[in-house]
Design a binder for this molecule. Structure first.
Ligand code: NAD
Ligand code: UDP
Length: 338
């Protein structure tokens, strides 16, 4: 048995699946768990097909502590990457208790079992949403945090809980990764983002317009103080993001202590620039409709990515053209998802 075994919660989800591929390809034995509340069992064989390596998988809810303990005892886990959670801002406003139960209580349940089993290395999926409305860009990890909706609050609560846990027991080594806007797909076209309902996020929406599933894209806001009036974000290729988890795990294995880092490219891209790049990559026209600003949206958000480079030796490698080309290949090959 390999010495390095990692438990991945939310393994069949969008970011989890790409990270499992990356971990397998880099010598980790991977034990995935997921309850399939927002993903498909078809993902697991595709991960194995890309990596040409097997992984273990258990269908499980992270709140099922007895089943979780059992798996940890069987599998000799070195570290955990914790993706499992709900992620829709609008759904969190409608169903806040579901979000606190799944994201916060789920993380408490997981951490209790890890503590009990003596596993002290964890990578946590946080989000740039914890910066609320940034007062300046690029956003550094020192920027103040706040939440404007239950989803963001659930991420912030888990961050605060992890900080208290580290203060209570210095043997914990926890990497908190604040993702900016993950997009794209594995270049095989076998795995990618597969929203169950109408996509909330820009890139999957554009992709569904390009493939003919939706007639047009609504552009939310044309009077932001940006290059062309549309909102600006830091889109990051999901494979670059997956590599960031590998780098974080390597750091946790080799250094005591905990850290928080942004995972972004450091570059801002407007909605209209993203549309133009996707049209170029797909050869399809994306019909646009101007719409009012989306409630709660901010004008501009992009990362300061220097800490990740200094601490982890990681930086994003792929640009917007590759993000769009890979996202399009996935959508084109799988027009209805998995
Ligand atoms: P996703 O929905 O594709 O993946 C999450 C996975 O977790 C799904 O497969 C779902 O079935 C599983 N899951 C949910 N609750 C569970 C539970 N209680 N027990 C077991 N499995 C459970 O989402 P993603 O985009 O891959 O996001 C992964 C993580 O990254 C989430 O925590 C999300 O909040 C965070 N994040 C995502 C983004 C983004 O834009 N995609 C940005 C910042 C942070
Ligand atoms: N956006 C848009 N139309 C859509 C979805 C998103 O114009 O159908 C815009 C949104 O207003 C924002 C940007 O695209 O300026 C990114 O939105 P997304 O929801 O993907 O990310 P977030 O706002 O959560 O960073």
């Amino acid at each position: 048995m390999s010495e390095r075994s990692v438990l991945v919660t939310g393994a069949s989800g969008y970011i989890g699946s790409h990270t499992c591929v990356c971990l397998l390809q880099n010598g980790w034995r991977v034990i995935g768990i997921d309850n399939f509340s927002n993903s498909s069992p078809k993902v697991i064989p595709r991960i194995e097909q890309i990596a040409q390596l097997p992984m273990s998988f258990h269908r499980l809810d992270i709140r099922d502590t007895s089943a979780l303990s059992e798996i940890l005892r069987q599998e000799h886990i070195t570290a955990v990457v914790h993706f499992a959670g709900l992620k829709s801002v609008s759904e969190s406003v409608a169903k806040p208790l579901d979000y606190f139960d799944n994201n916060v209580c789920g993380s408490v349940a997981l951490l209790r079992v890890l503590q009990q089993e003596g596993i002290r290395k964890l990578v946590f999926s946080s989000s740039a949403t914890v910066y609320g409305e940034p007062t300046s860009v690029p956003v550094t990890e020192e920027a103040s945090t706040s939440a404007t909706n239950p989803y963001g609050r659930s991420k912030l609560m888990v961050e605060q809980m992890l900080s208290d846990l580290i203060n209570s027991d210095a043997t914990w080594r926890i990497a908190t990764l604040r993702y900016f806007n993950p997009v794209g797909a594995h270049e095989s076209g076998l795995i990618g983002e597969d929203p169950r309902d109408v996509p909330n996020n820009l890139m999957p929406f554009i992709a569904q317009v390009a493939v003919g599933r939706r007639p047009q894209l609504q552009v939310f806001g044309d009077d932001y103080p940006t290059v062309d009036g549309s909102g600006v974000r830091d889109y990051i290729h999901v494979v670059d993001l997956a590599r960031g988890h590998l780098a974080a795990l390597d750091r946790l294995l080799n250094h005591a202590g905990s850290f928080t880092v942004n995972l972004g490219t450091g570059r801002g891209v407007s909605v209209l620039q993203a549309v133009a790049a996707f049209e170029q990559a797909s050869g399809r026209t994306i019909p646009l409709q101007r719409a009012a600003r989306r409630s709660g949206d901010i004008a501009t958000c992009y990362a300061s990515a220097t800490r990740a480079t200094e601490l982890l030796g990681w930086q994003a490698e792929y640009g917007l053209d590759k993000m769009c080309a890979d996202h399009w290949r996935w959508q084109h090959n799988n027009p209805d998802g998995y």
